[in-house]
Design a protein around this ligand. Structure first.
Ligand code: ZN
Length: 240
């Protein structure tokens, strides 16, 4: 217990606590807002990743279409050549050989053409899907950016208020001794921003435990800084 009358210290500490309560509240609000913004960013990133994936898939089907078209071209050239050879054959054996060549190539071409049709179909739907997902992404991006702006606007006041309370607390802090200030800071840290609490009807309003009668009298007098034996918070008397 302090040996010096501390009536005014208590009054100062109550004011310091008022600022501290607001600081803790505002900091929590701002942290929540940051988390909210982070969540929105993550949602957008995830969507963007999906859009990029769709684009890559589309590029892959486009490449597959081109490859198949090229292969069909090569087969066509082979068929032409085999047909030319067919016109110039001299033996039956050669005739059968080139005929089979033409036949084989035609069969291969049929397979490739069926594949190409499937690929073109896939390509068409991929193109549509990719375009749609890009549009959706743009809409989501606009929406999220607007939301983030709105959040930013709303928190601007909270940030200013926080700065005000912090400045106010520094100002108040200068009017008490360093040891009292240190005590306040230490208890505040221990109790999540609640260092100074009232006592009402012999009950600490921080931990709701009863204060021993002798201590209660001293709190009522307010001549020294009294801490709650249970939660260590600095106590002040509330007149009821
Ligand atoms: Zn207590």
């Amino acid at each position: 217990m302090n040996d010096f009358p501390a009536k005014s210290d208590i009054e100062i500490l109550v004011k310091l606590q008022e600022a501290e309560t607001q600081i803790v509240r505002l900091k929590a609000v701002l942290i929540k807002v940051e988390k909210e913004k982070e969540k929105l960013r993550a949602t957008l990133n995830q969507f963007e990743y999906g859009v990029e994936e769709n684009k890559e898939k589309l590029l892959r089907t486009m490449a597959a279409c081109r490859d198949t078209e090229r292969e069909i071209q090569v087969i066509d050239d082979r068929i032409i050549k085999s047909n030319e050879k067919l016109r110039m054959v001299k033996t039956n054996k050669e005739y059968n050989l080139f005929l089979r060549e033409v036949d084989d190539n035609k069969k291969r071409k049929d397979v490739l053409e069926t594949e190409l049709l499937e690929l073109l179909d896939e390509n068409e739907s991929m193109e549509k899907f990719s375009l749609e997902s890009e549009k959706e992404f743009q809409l989501l991006k606009d929406k999220i950016e607007a939301e983030q702006k709105e959040i930013e606007k709303k928190t601007l006041d909270d940030r200013e208020l926080l700065d005000e309370y912090l400045a106010n607390q520094r100002k108040i802090g200068k009017t008490i001794t360093t040891s009292v200030m240190n005590k306040f800071v230490k208890i505040s840290k221990m109790n999540n921003g609640s260092a100074v609490v009232g006592v009402e009807n012999e009950v600490c309003l921080g931990c709701f435990m009863n204060i021993p009668p002798q201590l209660y009298i001293e709190v009522q007098r307010g001549h020294s800084l009294i801490s709650c034996p249970q939660c260590s918070r600095i106590l002040y008397h509330i007149n009821t």
